[in-house]
Every structure is written in C-alpha cells, then in structure tokens.
Design a protein around this ligand. Structure first.
Ligand code: PGA
Length: 252
C-alpha cells in the first residue's frame, strides 16, 4: 500500500543560521511525536542539503532537493546533477514545480529528462502538476494535468513508475492562501490515479502516493488528507515553521 508523505518545500527561504535553527527545532520536536506511517521529507535550498542530511541520520525525516539538472555533467553553470545529489545521500527531488515551469520556462519534455536523471541515480522524484487559474475557469484542469502527467512521466516502465511521487498543486492555490476545496483535491487526485491505472494497471495506481500542495496549513490539512486519494501534502509556506509543519504531518 502507498505511504502517507508530507514534504516541506522551503523554496528560496532562510539563511544558513535560520536553516540550522529550523532543522534543530524539527529534530527536537520529532523526538516526542509519533508519525506512525507518515514519511516526512524536507527540501531545503541546495546549499543546506548537507546540513539537513547530516541531521536526518538520527531523526525521522528524509531530505530532498528542489530541482535537478536534466544533464549528466559538464558546462552547465549553476546547475546540480542527479549524480551529485546521489553522492550526498539525498533521496528525493522535487521536479516540475509550477515556479520552475513559469519562471524558468521548464517544459514537460525537460521534466521527463529530469525524472530520467533522478531514476538513473536512484532518487525518488516528486513530480508536480497543476493548472493555472484561467485553465480552471475554462474547465481545462483535467486536460492540462493529463498532458503534464502523460508527457512528463508516461515514457517510464511500470517498474520505474513505482518510484514516482506525484504532487497536485493547483497554481492558483500556491502561496495565495486560497486552498482547493477537499472535493476539488479529491476529484483531481482520483482522476490522476485513474490515468495511472489506465497506463500501468490498478496495482501501480493504488501504490502511487499523490500529494496535495497549495496553501495547505494546520487548519485545513485534516480535511484535505481525509480524502481517500489524497496521500499527504507538499507544503511551502507552512513548512518554514516547525510547529506548523509538524501539525500538518500529524493531520492524518
Ligand atoms: P504553499 O506552496 O504551501 O506556500 O502554497 C506549496 C508549494 O508550492 O509547493
């Protein structure tokens, strides 16, 4: 069966001292929390991955990067290769976040190549999908998400796909305080699972964790996570405070 997963996407926040403090705060608080079968992941800026992974040895969270290069190695200034993440014992990586799609013009084809790089180096991709407001208003959300999933992921074999985590993040809900309703989240998550079942069969679909992201916070996590196809969350703003992040992680 699939896991509950709560992943914190710190985005471009925190200086070194603040990152150190937040990780220490998480480690301390996790000592007295029973996460049962929820996998906690933190995705700090790349500079702090080592700091986070050093601390994760003794506690209950895993560490993920926020992005990866689509290339193996070489003259790509500023980029980070999957092989480098692997060599630092990083286990997860967010791919295709809407901010990368919007500000860095990432395409589904590039996202597919990034997923391939991650799988080649034994990292689990957390692949983001989701429609913008105009697309939802035009009732095109299913079409858009289907294209992102098919073009970004459906070149994989069923065996490879078993390593994929999907995050549905309606772009209009990210950082806006406007959360999808539990019904909207459930409807899209069930649709995504049906696409996976059609392509890879029911068993693979049932085993795929599909996370919700977009203004998820302690006050709404419970009602979102109560849906049968919502397996956890990808948390932005609320992952920057240990108390809020852990309140979400214990909302199942
Ligand atoms: P948010 O961001 O929780 O701040 O809306 C979620 C995300 O972009 O992953």
């Amino acid at each position: 069966m699939r896991n509950h997963i709560v992943a914190g996407n710190w985005k471009m926040n925190k200086n070194f001292g603040e990152a150190d403090e937040l990780i220490a705060d998480l480690v301390e608080k996790l000592e007295s929390i029973d996460l049962v079968d929820t996998q906690l992941i933190i995705c700090p800026p790349a500079l702090y991955l080592e700091l986070a992974s050093d601390q994760s040895d003794d506690s209950y969270f895993m560490v993920g990067a926020q992005d990866v290069s689509e290339h193996d190695s070489g003259a790509y200034t500023g980029e980070i290769a999957a092989s480098m993440l692997e060599s630092m014992a990083i286990d997860y990586c967010i791919v295709g976040h809407s901010e990368r799609r919007a500000y860095h013009h990432e395409t589904d084809e590039q996202i597919a190549r990034k997923v391939d790089q991650l799988l080649k180096h034994e990292l689990r991709p957390i692949v983001c999908c989701g429609e913008v407001l105009e697309e939802r208003e035009a009732n095109k959300q299913f079409e858009v998400v289907k294209r992102q999933i098919v073009d970004g992921l459906f070149h994989l074999t069923a065996e490879q796909f078993a390593n994929i985590i999907i995050a549905y993040e309606p772009v209009w809900a990210i950082g806006t305080g406007k959360t999808a309703t539990p019904e909207q989240a459930q409807e899209m998550h069930a649709y995504i699972r049906s696409l996976i079942a059609e392509k890879y069969g029911k068993e693979v679909a049932e085993n795929t964790s599909i996370l919700y992201g977009g203004s998820c916070k302690p006050s709404n996590a419970k009602e979102l996570f109560a849906n049968p196809d919502v397996d956890g969350g990808l948390i932005g703003g609320a992952s920057l405070k240990a108390d809020d992040f852990l309140a979400i992680a214990t909302s199942f």
